[in-house]
Ligand binder design. Structure first.
Ligand SMILES: Cc1cc2nc3c(=O)[nH]c(=O)nc-3n(C[C@H](O)[C@H](O)[C@H](O)COP(=O)(O)O)c2cc1C
Length: 177
């Protein structure tokens, strides 16, 4: 191997965790383990894809952003016990590669929530949003720290979270982790 690449194959540490080399797969929504923009579940195809990357020698894999509350169906990630049961043997298998996997937990999508025209229509109308909220709550998924404009839809403003909602999110971050 060309000597200039040798450093790529040396380990490094993040806190107490040793990563076997410098090759990191960045987080990309869609390459998830628990499903993407759908009710959380153990996504076998996504998990197999990530495991294969580790087998190929990627030292650290960061699956796509994982929201702690489903966008569709609105279930908390930590309440999905079955998914965690499947995750355990998967991680045992994953660790045999020597690679590491960090899950990027997120509270929601906030102002960057990519909304389609029908979602924007819901988000702008309190009554329609409330009616649809058991399935998809655009005002919740697009909520943020303050009333900032959505990145994708003109005229759609993020609803600021209430203090109670923020405390609830903090609790579920811990439970999901
Ligand atoms: C389709 C796509 C989805 C992404 N999803 C996430 C994400 O979930 N979390 C995150 O932190 N970054 C995300 N990113 C940013 C990437 O992790 C990366 O930082 C960015 O693409 C810059 O790296 P690159 O120049 O190699 O593309 C995403 C990028 C792309 C293209």
């Amino acid at each position: 191997m060309n000597q200039k690449y040798e450093a790529l194959f040396t380990p490094f540490k993040i806190g107490e965790v040793e990563i076997p080399n410098r090759i990191v797969q960045c987080s990309m929504g869609g390459t998830t383990i628990f499903g993407w923009l759908e009710p959380s579940h153990f996504d076998i195809e996504g998990a197999d894809f990530l495991l294969q990357r580790a087998k190929d020698g990627v030292g650290l894999v960061l699956p796509g952003m994982q929201v702690i509350r489903d966008t569709m169906g609105r279930k908390w990630l930590d309440s999905n016990r079955q998914m965690y049961r499947v995750l355990k043997p998967y991680m045992d298998e994953y660790h045999k590669t020597g690679g590491k996997l960090f899950i990027q937990l997120a509270g929601g999508f906030g102002r960057s929530m990519a909304v389609t025209p029908w979602m924007a229509a819901l988000g702008k109308n309190d009554l329609l949003n409330k009616l649809a909220s058991p399935i998809v709550d655009v005002q919740y998924a697009g909520a943020s720290a303050s009333a900032t404009p959505n990145r994708w839809a003109d005229g759609l403003t993020s609803r600021p979270f209430t203090v109670e909602e923020i405390l609830e999110l903090v609790w579920h971050f811990g439970a999901s982790a």
